[in-house]
Design a protein around this ligand. Structure first.
Ligand SMILES: [Zn+2]
Ligand SMILES: [Zn+2]
Length: 352
């Protein structure tokens, strides 16, 4: 197997290096598909491209692809990314697909652009990931082996695999419980132009609609938890409000997303105070009721949000601002670029 990995990046870039390291040993090619403006028109952090270039220079990723949000007009362009087998009821009964969420099309397009980069790099399989997703090395190795064993019923090799997730929340060591088994995430899939990523093919299970390849359900391998899980660092962020404002399933968060620009919003205040001995909180009302407790694990993926460069968000930045000691930088360059922003708050709260 020659495995490619494609990342969709807009925010959450402070997790990208650790996430890419978690899959690097298995990946022959890692491509980062990024945008400088979110699907909702908000610019990315100014240091994003500098940090991505650093990942490329250090061999942590292999290719960068910038895409800009485009309006995908109803009609043929939209129809081309919807499987012919998608149930009409699920896609709005509208032949132009005009009522489907624009953000889903853009997410899907970026994932498919990344899949094509993996194909061009000669990959036989690929994984489409976000920056807050992590895999244990041995688990991914087991899954890769399973993908090369024929299905005992059909005699065919699997075309795709799906796993369940563990939810790490706020801190890279804090897991919300109970574990949730309904939602699945596609992991390793074949990288073949005959099986493109398409919207809403019916896999008869709950899966992110932007990550399904156009194949039949019987060719999808469902991976048990003890073989391989995706470790999802949801809301493990330097800036959680940015995630809430720009997530592609923003509609699910409703009022929380609308108040996310207000740092005093109730969710953000509760989030700031939340600790794993407390009752879990979640901005989505269903999950807010689902999670009952939390536990503290070890930091399997060496994620460290506290040492990120304040400009480019690269972890383990060695320098500190000499004046306030409160922020870190990779080098004098990052500090200089950041000064315009940082000078407004430098020294705040340091006069103890
Ligand atoms: Zn930096
Ligand atoms: Zn300072």
């Amino acid at each position: 197997m020659r495995l490619g990995v494609t990342y969709n990046v807009y925010d959450g870039e402070e997790l990208l290096e650790a996430s890419a390291r978690s899959v690097r040993a298995h990946a022959a090619h890692i491509v980062v598909v990024y945008q400088l403006v979110s699907n909702y028109g908000e610019p990315s952090r100014p240091g994003l491209e500098l940090m991505l270039q650093s990942l490329l220079d250090r061999g942590i990723v292999d290719e960068l692809l910038r895409v800009d949000p485009v309006d995908i007009p109803p009609g043929e362009a939209r129809a081309s990314v919807v499987s012919k087998d998608a149930p009409r009821s699920e896609v709005g009964n509208d032949p132009t697909f005009a009522t489907l969420n624009e953000a889903f099309f853009l997410e899907l397009k970026k994932r498919e652009d990344g899949r094509r980069c993996c194909a061009a790099a000669g990959c036989s399989h690929f994984m489409s990931m976000d920056t807050d997703e992590f895999y244990l090395h041995d688990q991914l190795a087991s899954l890769a082996r399973m993908m090369e064993e024929p299905n005992p019923t059909t005699g065919r090799l699997p075309l795709a695999s799906v796993a369940t997730m563990r939810l790490l929340f706020k801190d890279p060591r804090w897991e919300l419980l109970p574990q949730e088994d309904t939602f699945k995430v596609p992991v390793i899939c074949v990288c073949d132009d005959a099986y493109p990523l398409k919207l809403l093919p019916n896999w008869q299970m709950v899966v992110d609609p932007t990550r399904r390849i156009d194949c039949a359900r019987e060719d999808v391998l469902i991976v048990p938890r003890d073989t391989c899980e995706m470790w999802h660092m949801s809301f493990v962020r330097r800036d959680v409000s940015c995630k809430l404002r720009n997530t592609s399933n923003r509609a699910n968060y409703g009022a929380v997303a609308d108040s996310a620009s207000d740092p005093a919003s109730k969710f953000l205040r509760d989030f700031e105070a939340w600790q794993p001995h407390m009752t879990p909180i979640h901005p989505h009302p269903v999950w807010n009721n689902f999670y009952k407790s939390a536990r503290v694990l070890s930091n399997h993926f060496d994620v460290d949000l506290d040492t990120c460069c304040d400009y480019c968000l690269r972890p383990k930045a060695p320098l500190r601002c000499a004046r306030c000691q409160a922020v870190r930088y990779c080098d004098a360059g990052c500090q200089r670029y950041d000064w315009k922003t940082h000078k407004k708050k430098c020294g705040e709260g340091s006069a103890m």
